[in-house]
Write a protein that binds this ligand. Structure first.
Ligand SMILES: CCCCCCN(CO)Cc1c[nH]c2c(N)ncnc12
Length: 228
């Protein structure tokens, strides 16, 4: 089984590369893909760089060029739901694009023709995540992620996204991964540890907690691999 593990920033995959220790590096399309094996699994690891376009390119490459049969995303996110706090690990049930807007033509936010507002993650990967969380006594939150090409650091924008999409967290890549994996029929799931509250302090909080929260998410992914 070939599994892709994807992040957006180097800090999100460094804990993975450090854990696996040795890996091949393949340069492609202005990016680098790291391949290794772990307990009989073939792994291909990459960070896309920030934003939906970069994430779409990397997710497609991981599948079409490297032959990934499942894709796990590991990273950090801003909390929209007040019950989510820095360090909490969230598994996405569904993802949406909060900045996709043709409402001028009567469509709902996040919708374009022949698409859907939400893309759901793979139910069996989610079930496995809960099994792993329970077995390892890790508290795993579940929720909707709203993705957009903006770092959200403003209470008004935060509330709008929270209310418009009933979303629990926000980030900048997950929904792209969802659209790509859904179209290419590859089971996927998105795991994000909270780094900030997407409010006026988000920038400072993100700087302070990126590394520790990225580690939280990466550690959960590693725990998942033992059960895949
Ligand atoms: C150089 C700084 C790059 C920030 C990239 C942030 N990632 C994008 O996936 C996750 C994220 C954490 N908190 C966020 C927030 N409040 N809004 C959007 N995205 C996020």
């Amino acid at each position: 089984m070939k599994i892709a593990i994807m992040g957006a920033m180097v800090e999100e995959i460094t804990p993975l590369l450090d854990f696996f220790g040795s890996y091949e590096t393949i340069a492609f399309a202005k990016n680098r893909y790291y391949t290794t094996t772990y307990k009989g699994l073939e792994l291909v690891i990459a960070y896309s760089k920030i934003g939906k376009v970069n994430a779409s390119l990397t997710a497609t490459t991981l599948i079409e060029k490297f032959g990934a049969e499942q894709l796990l995303f590991s990273g950090v996110a801003g909390a929209l739901n007040p019950n989510l706090h820095v360090g909490d690990v969230l598994v996405a049930t569904a993802l949406t694009q909060h900045d996709l807007d043709i409402t001028a033509f009567g469509h709902p936010h996040g919708y374009v023709p022949e698409g859907s507002v939400y893309v759901e993650t793979d139910a069996s990967l989610r079930a496995l995540a809960h099994k792993v969380a329970h077995a390892q006594n890790i508290s795993l939150q579940e929720g909707i992620i709203a993705t957009g090409d903006q770092f959200i650091c403003d209470g008004t924008k935060k509330e709008w996204i929270y209310k418009t999409f009933n979303a629990d967290a926000t980030e900048m890549e997950g929904a792209s991964v969802a659209v790509v994996c859904d179209a290419l029929k590859i089971p996927f799931c998105v795991f994000r540890a909270i780094s900030d509250a997407a409010d006026m302090d988000a920038g400072f909080s993100f700087d302070e907690f990126l590394v520790s929260s990225a580690k939280e998410s990466a550690q959960f992914i590693i725990a998942m691999l033992d059960e895949l």
